[in-house]
Write a protein that binds this ligand. Structure first.
Ligand code: OAD
Length: 231
């Protein structure tokens, strides 16, 4: 029998229990750093070193982190469902947990790219991109990250995949950043939707949405049992 399609849409809360900071919670990254100083193209033109340092630190942390039980439970869903992960996260913890289909909306910290040719993308083995590290076109390498104000190249693909979902699960995202946050509104109103997050949301107007107010690990544990009735 054909497996049902699950789309898992994840955000920073998914990796919180792996020790990676979220952005907008108390103590989150955007309290410590200003978006306009580290995560825009303008910042890159003004202070390349600061931007490189910010992402080098993110990469170092990701390399030191390990997938948590929630990442592993998402990967385990593949046994019974056709699972597509769409993540806003730049870490590779879904992949390391065993998820086979992962689309990164906001880029990937373990990759660098040319600062003038978007298609020249490279895998990184080390934690640092240094000033003077060049792409084959001679330009300074930048992190392969979608900065604020930049287009989200994978958005159309993400929208098409979400439209095909039989079940939609969102985990650990404040749903604050667009266009990514729009995906939950793309899902058909008759499609079962689940939201796992310890935060407060006012989404009563979304049909067929079950909110599991819990952290990712506990929430996935609860959800995986509920999903048995949809196999
Ligand atoms: P946010 O920091 O905005 O939201 C994190 C969400 O995770 C909140 O809803 C928290 O309640 C929830 N959370 C915290 N701990 C959790 C846990 N242990 N388990 C589950 N959920 C938990 O992060 P995102 O929504 O991912 O973009 O942010 C979206 C985008 O904004 C990011 O991709 C990044 C950021 O700026 C770019 O850098 C372009």
């Amino acid at each position: 029998m054909k497996k049902k399609k699950i789309v898992v849409f994840s955000g920073a809360g998914m990796s919180a229990e792996s020790g990676i900071k979220t952005f907008r919670d108390a103590g989150g990254l955007w309290e410590e750093f200003k978006i306009e100083e580290v995560a825009t193209y303008d910042a890159w033109t003004k202070n390349q070193k600061l931007v490189l340092d910010f992402y080098n630190q993110r990469r170092k942390q990701v390399m030191e982190a390990a997938p948590n039980e929630a990442h592993k439970l998402v990967a385990e869903l593949q046994k019974k469902f056709d699972v597509q992960v769409i993540t806003q996260n730049i870490d590779d913890l879904h992949e390391r947990a065993g998820s086979k289909k992962v689309l990164h909306l906001h880029g990937e910290i373990m990759k660098s790219r040319s600062s003038i040719s978007n298609h020249l993308i490279y895998d990184l083995k080390e934690w640092e991109i240094k000033q003077g590290d060049l792409s084959e076109d001679g330009s300074q390498l930048r992190p392969h990250i979608v900065w604020f104000g930049e287009a989200v190249p994978e958005m159309d693909t993400a929208t098409a995949l979400t439209e095909q979902a039989d079940i939609f699960i969102t985990i650990g995202t404040s749903l604050n950043v667009y266009p990514a946050a729009n995906l939950i509104h793309v899902v058909d109103s008759s499609t079962p939707k689940f939201l796992i997050d310890p935060g407060d949301f006012n989404l009563d107007y979304i049909k067929n949405l079950t909110v599991i107010k819990a952290k990712a690990v506990e929430g996935m544990d609860i959800l995986i049992k509920k999903l048995n009735e949809y196999i």
